[in-house]
Design a protein around this ligand. Structure first.
Ligand code: PEP
Length: 248
């Protein structure tokens, strides 16, 4: 059975001390179980400190460069994140797509580089409010998957998770409603099934992200084909994050 997943994206927040305190509060409150996987994505600078702590929480990076080394001033390479023991990465977050102009093709390179280095990918996808209101959001999102993820083999894609994050719900306090979430998650799973097969579709965890918090999480996590959440704002507060882990 596929795992439930709760992932926290800390983005460009917290200082070194705050990051360590938040991590220790989360790890001490979270009861280890085989049912739920917890992953946090701290600011890159603090990754190594958190990795040195023995815990039941996985550590991922928010970003990396797909080349192994070279003249890419300011970047951190895929082999460098592998070297320090990172196990997960986000790829395709809407902030990377829009603020840093990461194209579908570049995301494809990042997916390939991560998997080649045995780093598990959470691939983010989601539509803007304009697309939600004037086009077919399911078509738009499944095209994003075809553009940057569906070139993978069956074995490779099974090492990925997908996070559906409507852009209009990220950090806005607006949450997609249960119908919209179920319809999109089911469309994603059906698309995996038609591209690969039923077994593959049933193995891939599909997370929802966008203003998810303890007050709405139970309803979101109960929607059809939702296997967990990618959490921004509410992951910066240990009480909220731990409460979210009890909403499955
Ligand atoms: C995110 O950035 O991935 C996210 C879901 O943010 P928030 O929970 O703050 O909307």
């Amino acid at each position: 059975m596929r795992k439930k997943v709760l992932a926290g994206n800390w983005k460009m927040n917290l200082n070194s001390n705050q990051s360590s305190v938040l991590f220790s509060e989360i790890t001490s409150s979270f009861i280890d179980n085989s049912y739920l996987k917890i992953i946090v994505f701290p600011p890159f600078l603090y990754t190594k400190d958190l990795l040195s702590i023995d815990s039941n929480v996985s550590i991922g990076v928010q970003n990396f460069h797909p080349e192994s080394n070279g003249a890419y001033t300011g970047e951190v390479s895929v082999s460098q994140i592998k070297d320090i023991g990172v196990t997960h990465t986000l790829v395709g977050h809407s902030e990377r797509r829009t603020l840093f102009n990461e194209s579908d093709d570049f995301l494809k390179q990042k997916v390939d580089a991560a998997l080649k280095n045995n780093i598990e990918v959470i691939f983010c996808c989601g539509e803007s409010i304009e697309i939600r209101e004037s086009a077919n959001p399911e078509d738009f999102v499944t095209k994003q998957l075809h553009s940057s993820l569906f070139h993978l083999s069956k074995e490779e894609i099974q090492k990925c998770m997908i996070a559906y994050e409507p852009i209009w719900a990220i950090g806005t306090g607006k949450v997609a409603n249960e119908d919209q979430i179920s319809k999109m998650h089911t469309a994603i799973r059906n698309e995996i099934k038609s591209k690969y097969d039923e077994e593959t579709a049933n193995q891939i965890s599909i997370l929802y992200g966008g203003s998810c918090k303890p007050s709405n999480a139970k309803a979101i996590f109960s929607c059809e084909n939702v296997d967990g959440g990618l959490i921004g704002g509410a992951s910066l507060d240990s009480n909220s994050f731990v409460e979210l882990s009890n909403c499955f």
